[in-house]
Design a protein around this ligand. Structure first.
Ligand code: FEO
Length: 171
């Protein structure tokens, strides 16, 4: 495997684990504010990010490459209202999309078609992640300032269930 592609993929394991940490912090914020449905939503989001890290890790192993786990940064955001984590989540997903694009571009440069095919799942996933994050912002903007609306939203978030992402499901 090309060294740059390898390093970007290895780094991405760390970025995904950081994403899990960030979303867990958002879950903590909502839990502490009494919105346990939103806390559930972000706990599941954190589990998905952990899964993303595992998918990258498995890819390196499947290609005979060593995994080097790096230190995970501390998420240090303080949230002042229910909207702020949602906006931070969208910003973060845009950042992750840019990281995936960078790996794709590096793979493209060295004609690593296997890596490109592997990354296709993440390109689709990022599209979904950004769409979900925008939807969360819209709902909060439309209904979040009304206590009854917020109560209903929190119930909706409580209904989210974890499902194993397809690249991990077959293992
Ligand atoms: Fe692993 Fe939310 O992207």
């Amino acid at each position: 495997m090309d060294q740059k592609v390898y390093e970007l993929i290895n780094d991405q394991i760390n970025k995904e684990l950081y994403s899990a940490y960030l979303y867990l912090q958002m879950a903590d914020y909502y839990e502490e504010e009494g919105l346990s449905g939103y806390a559930n939503y972000f706990e599941i989001q954190a589990a998905e990010e952990r899964d993303h890290a595992l998918i990258f890790r498995n890819y390196l192993h499947a290609n005979g490459m060593a995994v080097k786990l790096l230190a995970i940064d501390q998420p240090d955001k303080e949230y002042q209202n229910f909207m702020e984590p949602l906006e931070a989540a969208l910003e973060h997903e845009k950042y992750v999309t840019a990281l995936i694009n960078d790996i794709y571009a590096a793979a493209d440069e060295v004609k690593d078609y296997r890596a490109k095919q592997f990354l296709d799942w993440f390109i689709e996933e990022q599209c979904e992640e950004e769409e979900n994050a925008m939807g969360m912002i819209d709902k909060m903007r439309l209904f979040g300032s009304d206590p009854r609306g917020l109560y209903e939203l929190d119930r909706e978030m409580a209904a989210r269930v974890y499902s194993v992402p397809s690249p991990l499901a077959g293992e």
